[in-house]
Write a protein that binds this ligand. Structure first.
Ligand code: UDP
Ligand code: MG
Length: 313
């Protein structure tokens, strides 16, 4: 029996690149003739012809499996669905837009199958080909996360990776609803072999990440992997008490030296109201973020809904 690699491809409105992607990935598979392949396309509620194209692949190629969501659930849900339905001894995540060079797969496969690694993952060497603004935002994000979080998240680590069955099952054993895959990858640990990998230009189509989507992703990453923002109000509160103590002391000294206090009362009151009001709102906001996530987790809704699939399990 040959070992099998499941290639998991999350797709959202990728009609422009899918044919080229399929060509490349099947060529790579031909080169690895001692492995069986499964190409698992997860159509994340695309509004274009993605589903038709994938089904046309499936018609002529029985290695092609697809899962089509009832709407857009996000790339994280797509990757989870891929892991849950893949049947391979190994699984590989790869983007449909050919920014992840498929020709690296044989080397990564060798690392997990022959060299004793559990995971072979790609690490970005630079952020070439990415918008300046986006690089800046993500750079700042990783700095913040790694300052305050217990789980180290590698700035350059990409979703592009091959892992063995043990890793797949470990990832699937994490049942949280709000899934921040980069955090999950890092949290599960295991023996990782890193491959330097230059992001290529997108072969066609547009990036599917908007700034709001990225912001939400960043918040999930921070809040999902550290509770320290919950402690910010505590520190602010202590600081505030010290400040107000100094303020009171100054007033007393002024009174002792001059014998009277300047009529600053109104300004002081205005300042305190705004300052304290701001602090209370910040605290409420942080508590609210956690509460919202507890709410989502407790509701325990399905992470995705399948409208159509040709997977048997
Ligand atoms: N993707 C997805 N669902 C989404 C957004 C993106 O399945 O809601 C897929 C997309 O089709 C692509 C991969 O995730 O295969 C990476 O997306 P994209 O290339 O837009 O991200 P970028 O490379 O710009 O970070
Ligand atoms: Mg891309």
């Amino acid at each position: 029996m040959m070992k099998k690699l499941s290639v998991i491809v999350p797709c959202y409105n990728e009609e422009a690149v899918l044919p080229a992607f399929y060509d490349e990935i099947t060529k790579v598979a031909e080169g690895c003739s001692n492995y069986d392949f499964e190409f698992l396309f997860v159509n994340d509620g695309s509004k274009d012809a993605t589903q038709n194209i994938v089904e046309s692949f499936a018609k002529k190629d029985e290695r092609v499996k697809f899962i089509s969501f009832s709407r857009n659930f996000g790339k994280e849900a797509g990757m989870l669905a891929g892991l849950e339905h893949c049947t391979g001894d190994f699984a590989c995540f790869i983007d449909a837009d050919l920014q992840h060079s498929p020709e690296l797969i044989p080397e990564m496969l060798k690392a997990v199958d022959e060299e004793g690694y559990d995971i072979a993952a790609c690490r970005r060497v630079d952020r070439k080909g990415e918008k300046k603004f986006k690089s800046m935002l993500s750079g700042a994000f990783y700095k913040v996360v790694n300052k305050i979080s217990e789980t180290y998240i590698d700035d350059g680590a990409q979703d592009y990776r091959v892992m063995n069955r043990n890793v797949i099952d470990s990832i699937l054993s994490m049942k949280e609803n709000i899934r921040f895959t980069k955090g999950i990858f890092s949290w599960v640990g295991f023996n990782v072999k890193w491959f330097p990998h230059e992001n290529r230009e997108r072969a066609a189509g547009d990036t599917k990440w908007s700034v709001t989507k990225l912001f939400k992703y960043a918040m999930d990453g921070i809040i999902g992997y550290t509770a320290s923002p919950l402690r910010i109000p505590l520190y602010l509160g202590i600081l505030l008490i010290i400040l107000s103590g100094i303020f009171a002391l100054a007033v007393i000294i002024q009174y002792a030296v001059l014998g009277f206090i300047y009529a600053l009362t109104l300004r002081c009151v205005m300042f305190s109201v705004l300052f304290v009001g701001g602090l209370i709102l910040i605290s409420l906001g942080i508590a609210g973020e956690y509460l919202a996530r507890i709410y989502t987790e407790v509701k325990d809704r399905p992470k995705y809904l399948i409208a159509k699939t040709n997977c048997d399990k």
